[in-house]
Write a protein that binds this ligand. Sequence first.
Ligand code: NAP
Length: 247
Amino acid sequence: MRLKNQTAIVTGSSRGIGEAIALRLADEGANVAVCASRSIEGAEAVAAKIRDKGQEALAIKADVSLSEDVDALIKSVVDAWGKIDILVNNAGITRDNLIMRMKEDEWDAVLDVNLKGAYRCIKAVTRTMIKARTGRIINVSSVVGLMGNAGQINYAASKSGLIGVTKSAAKELASRNITVNAVAPGFIPTDMTSELTDDIAAKLIEQIPLGALGKPEDIAAAVAFLSSPDANYITGQVIVVDGGMVM
Ligand code: NAP
């Protein structure tokens, strides 16, 4: 229970990695705002699981590509709980294509959600965190932001960009006792990676020293650590959770 009496927002937590993060933060004692841009039933279901664990939960429809949604999200959480201790910028999408075929709207959509969405949320939450003189911000990047990936120029740019956001925000907010870190997952079976064939998965596993794809819970464990007092003296860092693929 490292997060007793803490309040957390996890963007994009109606399924996949975000769901695992929301559930893990609740297991550690946090009350959690579960958010999604479309799948509000999914967010409600995750919130119900959190309430079953004895924690409070809010299910909020919030599209991180819309400033008004992000502002309304922050207001709802502050109105309900009076503070925001932890922000996890997890919402993300892919629109994969080869460079020559990539349309500008595919580029824009991915950058707008994955990168600018994090900027919107960080900007909206900092007033509350600065006033409280405490806060934890964790951005969900990707190994693709560190090593690139053919067919994902937009996604790689967004995930590398998040690392720059993490380090800059960490420097800017450190004097207010707000830490900002990133987690870079490797390949984790979720809806996002559901198009991976068994053949491709087998080839990927050959490149992973620990010999397996990751689980959403592996990412959630790293986020919980960075959210907790155990990480008090860590800021501006990227924790790679990928079975050793990138070293
Ligand atoms: P996922 O299963 O597709 O879930 C994505 C979540 O984000 C959903 O809850 C989705 O709900 C939400 N979302 C999508 N667009 C949104 C928007 N505009 N505003 C708010 N929420 C939005 O994906 P995942 O695999 O769990 O990925 C979670 C994060 O981990 C992403 O940032 C992803 O890039 C990163 N990541 C994943 C992997 C992997 O292998 N799976 C690897 C590295 C990094 P709605 O659609 O209802 O909004």
